[in-house]
Design a protein around this ligand. Structure first.
Ligand code: FMN
Length: 125
């Protein structure tokens, strides 16, 4: 989880995503990224070395700050295996749709904590 350096810039995030998907596919990394205009929540998974390198690059990216690692686990099966990096943002006219979308995305995720993190993220204070 992190905070965007330039809140609201969905265009920047599209660029981030373009690069991410290419690199992740090449490195065998899969995951899910949520952005609500202010905050990011992301899961990355894959071979240990590749995910560590990816996390290192993300960590040093000035387009966000206050990065917190919420969970790090060794897993035997991927939770987000079909996506090189799925990306979800809220619809401004219907914030409930964000929750519905993400709830669907994480339906197959076996880790309760991950499911809770992703669905909880969609609910604004
Ligand atoms: C919120 C956020 C999520 C990102 N996710 C990924 C990702 O999943 N994979 C990736 O390769 N880069 C990701 N990046 C981009 C990296 O920080 C970095 O810009 C990119 O990997 C290119 O690295 P390089 O300039 O060292 O080649 C993300 C950046 C941000 C701000």
């Amino acid at each position: 989880m992190s905070r965007a350096s330039a809140p609201g810039s969905y265009g920047d995030t599209a660029a981030i995503l373009d690069v991410s998907r290419g690199r992740n596919a090449a490195a065998g990394i899969t995951g899910l990224l949520l952005y609500d205009g202010e905050r990011f929540l992301q899961a990355i998974e894959g071979p240990e070395e590749a995910t560590a390198a990816c996390y290192g690059r993300i960590h040093n990216d000035p387009r966000h700050y206050a990065l917190r690692l919420l969970s790090q686990e060794e897993i035997s099966d991927r939770e987000f295996g079909i996506w090189s990096m799925a990306y979800r943002v809220p619809r401004m006219d219907d914030t409930g749709a964000f929750l519905d979308q993400v709830r669907g995305d994480v339906r197959g995720v076996s880790d309760d904590y991950l499911r809770m993190l992703f669905t909880g993220f969609t609910v604004r204070r």
